[in-house]
Design a protein around this ligand. Structure first.
Ligand SMILES: NC(=O)c1ccc[n+]([C@@H]2O[C@H](COP(=O)([O-])OP(=O)(O)OC[C@H]3O[C@@H](n4cnc5c(N)ncnc54)[C@H](O)[C@@H]3O)[C@@H](O)[C@H]2O)c1
Length: 323
């Protein structure tokens, strides 16, 4: 018991040193009235470091605000690979895994190196290893290389988080370009499949695969059609793969976030859509922070979730969805 307490105390202290003093989750009003007039409408990749500083949630997140999370040594020496681990929800999962004692490899697009460097620094300050593996996951051979890099370093993958995705809002099916459609399918579906296929041979009993799907797969918002199709495909993959791998002791689950303020929206939504979206949050009365998603990943990745597979955990601020 004492050894466990020491681990918890060590990681907690280390995390607090890294993150500074506790910051409460912001209330509904703090998300409203953000000025996004400086957003680059043409940008397709979100950079955490560039996010609007007038939205309280990102102020907290930009300072690596994971300090309200209390780790308990649940993932000591687990070897994890988190795609999109440089920012947003993936970053929260990666940092909380490290707070729980895991070593974490993060994948991201090369142009997001600035965010990745910050995450690496945070994880290393927790006393854990952080492997940086930049790679566009639309490239099948690239997916294999990402897995090979992690396996070469650590010999295995205990936890795979398929979190990278793109999303573009477009209210009319006839306006969705071939380019947008293929881009969304190539990353969200094919990339998720290729990376998982490459990783599974290196995963053993007790391993966990987590896919970041979305509330949209259940709700079907009209302006995110192609994205919604991919998120529904991810939920289907989770169910089928769970049935395929459960006999090997590998669990497969999805986290389905509701609205969470991350670089994805900054990069993909038009100014008008983003402002409306910020004004009309989840039933709870506000949008979420990535740090409110991270614990769901720890739950599914660790022994806490040992009897759960093939499921979707809805972390969406109170929206009731059919599962
Ligand atoms: N933020 C939300 O409201 C919300 C809601 C539901 C689901 N999600 C899902 O959460 C996940 C994480 O998104 P986020 O909101 O944290 O935003 P984010 O912008 O922080 O993360 C998206 C990640 O995708 C990665 N990425 C983009 N294109 C890539 C490519 N071609 N190859 C490799 N990586 C690529 C980026 O590195 C980035 O880190 C996504 O799967 C998204 O669909 C987000």
């Amino acid at each position: 018991m004492d050894a466990i307490k020491q681990v918890v105390s060590d990681v907690t202290n280390s995390a607090q040193q890294q993150t500074g003093q506790a910051g409460a989750h912001p209330g509904p009003d703090e998300f409203k009235g953000a000025d996004h007039s400086q957003r680059d409408e043409g940008r397709k990749v979100g950079i955490q470091a560039d996010m609007a500083k007038d939205v309280k949630t990102t102020d907290v997140e930009a300072e690596d605000g994971f300090d309200s999370y209390k780790p308990a040594g649940k993932m000591i020496d687990r070897k994890c690979l988190v795609t999109g681990g440089d920012s947003g929800i993936g970053r929260a999962a990666a940092v909380m895994f490290a707070m729980e004692g895991a070593d974490v490899a993060i994948n991201y697009l090369p142009e997001e190196q600035v965010d990745a460097n910050k995450v690496q620094k945070t994880i290393q300050a927790l006393g854990r290893q952080c492997l940086l593996v930049p790679q566009d996951l639309r490239d099948m051979e690239g997916c294999k290389r990402v897995v090979e890099t992690v396996v070469k370093a650590w010999g295995r993958i205990d936890v795979l988080v398929n979190n990278a995705s793109v999303m573009y809002d477009c209210p009319d099916i006839t306006d969705i370009s071939d380019e947008q459609f293929h881009h969304t399918i190539d990353l969200n579906i094919k990339g998720t499949f290729f990376l998982t296929r490459a990783a599974v041979p290196h995963m053993g009993k007790g391993s966990s695969i987590i896919v970041t799907a979305s509330q949209v797969a259940y709700a079907g918002p009209p302006s995110l059609l192609d994205y919604t199709m991919t998120k529904a495909a991810q939920v289907g993959m989770v169910r089928g793969l769970s049935n395929q791998l459960i006999g090997k002791g590998i669990r497969v689950n999805a986290v389905c976030p509701g609205p969470v303020y991350t670089p994805l929206q900054e990069a993909a939504m038009s100014k008008g859509t983003l402002s409306e979206w910020l004004k009309n949050p989840a039933p709870i009365g506000r949008i979420g922070q990535p740090s409110e998603l991270g614990p769901a990943y720890v739950f599914l990745a660790s022994a806490d979730g040992s009897f759960i597979s093939g499921q979707s955990i809805h972390v969406n601020g109170g929206a009731i969805v059919a599962s």
